[in-house]
Write a protein that binds this ligand. Structure first.
Ligand SMILES: Cc1cc2nc3c(=O)[nH]c(=O)nc-3n(C[C@H](O)[C@H](O)[C@H](O)COP(=O)(O)O)c2cc1C
Length: 155
């Protein structure tokens, strides 16, 4: 199933939510900042701090990703199959994704004028510099759904 250019852009510019589940169906969902479509059908997610998510992915590769882009009035769910890479070409790609994301964030972060939030942003920046990827999770997209109510034009 092919992702549109718009969906690929939305994945790059938003926090997305990755849902996994145990073999017996207990769900888990986490926010992800490091997601990037490497082509029309494959999405790379960087594992820097997965715990339950990683265990679930090893036991059950079926995942769902949900995100909303308020600027574009778009909201989607993608479903797919994940494969974990801890070395090789796909793993090397995560270094590039992390660098690109961190540069983009510097250019676009809206900081709320509040000293508590400013301190939080500063601490997050320090924390990000120390992040090291543990794995690249390559998700092959199989299904795409819009969360938006259908309009007459869509039919
Ligand atoms: C805004 C935000 C973005 C995050 N992005 C990532 C990410 O790209 N990769 C990652 O491994 N963890 C990321 N995390 C941490 C995960 O959401 C989560 O805390 C981690 O996977 C541990 O939860 P788990 O035990 O359910 O897997 C992010 C957390 C926040 C709050």
């Amino acid at each position: 199933m092919k992702m549109s250019e718009e969906i690929k852009q939305m994945l790059d510019e938003n926090i997305v939510y990755l849902a996994t589940s145990t073999n017996d169906g207990k769900p888990n969902v986490v926010p992800i900042g490091l997601a990037h479509a490497i082509d029309d059908e494959q999405l790379l997610v960087v594992d820097v701090m997965f715990k339950k998510t990683r265990k679930n992915l090893e036991d059950n590769p079926r995942v769902a990703i949900s995100f909303t882009d308020v600027k574009r009035w778009g909201s989607y769910q993608l479903k797919g199959i994940a494969a974990i890479h801890t070395d090789g070409e796909i793993f090397d790609e995560v270094q590039r994704v992390m660098k690109e994301k961190s540069e983009r964030r510097k250019a676009h972060t809206d900081v709320i004028d509040d000293p508590v939030i400013e301190e939080r942003v500063r601490r997050m920046g320090e924390w990000r510099k120390r992040l090291r990827p543990k794995a690249a999770v390559l998700i092959t997209i199989e299904e795409i759904y819009s969360h938006m109510p259908e309009s007459k034009e869509d039919k």
